[in-house]
Design a protein around this ligand. Structure first.
Ligand SMILES: NC(=O)c1ccc[n+]([C@@H]2O[C@H](COP(=O)([O-])OP(=O)(O)OC[C@H]3O[C@@H](n4cnc5c(N)ncnc54)[C@H](OP(=O)(O)O)[C@@H]3O)[C@@H](O)[C@H]2O)c1
Length: 245
């Protein structure tokens, strides 16, 4: 989706990627290394990833445990790019109490955790000349899907929060990424066509460098973009000045 933002260079940047030990996060990490970053703060919850490179610093982070967020922020000096990628997909439960607990968990990992990270890392981001926050959302932010209603709800919340960050912090580039089904542990056993995470990571990084504000990194996502993409951008621009004197 087009944007008026200038092009961006990842060379010598300090970058944080949450959930970098596997899936799309690991593919993003691999891809970014090709662009000569200064350092990647690569977070994991359970086990560090396999990538062994002096520019990759593995850091523990559990978005459901606030102390780990604060500890992580303390250990980061400069930061140019925060990529909120970590996610969980808890399928719809039939028991309402369990389903509510699932929603709470996914809202923490997909909404509250990423926003808390932005808050905690704001001083470091604001010291950067080209600060950027990239939220890995999902095409399901735009359409709720049977079997994972709470997941889609939490991703719709992150989509709205991403627009909110753009309003709140006009000096920080805030990018929404809307992948379609992608071949990671999250989709294991799925019968639908799955995008290759390396291809998606390439498209995400290309979009970041090209100055895109919304990135639809695979064919299924681009089919969604062709239906709603331009109108979402137009609406966001139209409402940008509403209620602001
Ligand atoms: N795969 C898809 O089809 C698809 C489509 C659209 C959007 N997405 C989104 O893309 C992002 C990456 O998904 P993926 O497919 O790569 O998933 P994945 O392979 O299941 O990996 C999920 C990552 O998130 C981390 N994580 C989970 N819970 C966490 C927590 N509480 N705190 C910190 N980190 C946590 C995991 O760490 P551990 O390994 O330590 O558990 C792992 O690194 C997610 O936001 C997902 O919603 C995925």
């Amino acid at each position: 989706m087009s944007s008026a933002q200038p092009d961006f260079d990842l060379r010598d940047r300090s970058i944080m990627i949450t959930g970098a030990n596997r899936g799309i996060g690991a593919a993003l990490c691999q891809t970014i290394l090709q662009y000569s970053p200064k350092i990647i703060h690569a977070t994991y919850r359970s086990e560090p990833g396999e990538l062994d490179d002096p520019r990759v610093r593995w850091c523990p982070l559990d978005l459901r445990t606030p102390e780990t967020l604060a500890r992580l922020a303390e250990s980061v000096g400069e930061l140019d790019v925060l990529i909120n990628n970590a996610g969980i997909l808890l399928p719809t439960a039939t028991d309402p109490a369990e389903e509510h607990a699932n929603l709470v968990a996914m809202m923490q990992v997909h909404l509250h955790g990423p926003l808390q990270l932005v808050d905690i890392l704001l001083p470091a981001l604001q010291r950067s000349q080209h600060p950027m926050v990239v939220n890995v959302i999902s095409m399901s932010a735009f359409v709720n899907v049977a079997g994972c209603e709470a997941y889609c709800t939490s991703k719709a919340a992150l989509h709205s929060a991403t627009q909110g960050l753009r309003v709140k912090y006009p000096n920080i580039r805030c990018v929404g990424v809307y992948p379609g089904p992608t071949a990671t542990d999250m989709t294991a056993g799925s019968a639908v066509t799955l995008a290759d995470p390396a291809d998606s990571a390439g498209a995400i990084i290309a979009g970041m460098i090209d100055g895109e504000s919304s990135i639809f990194p695979d064919p299924a996502a681009r089919a969604v973009e062709s239906v709603i993409g331009a109108s979402v951008t137009a609406l966001e621009a139209q409402f940008a000045g509403l209620l602001v004197e």
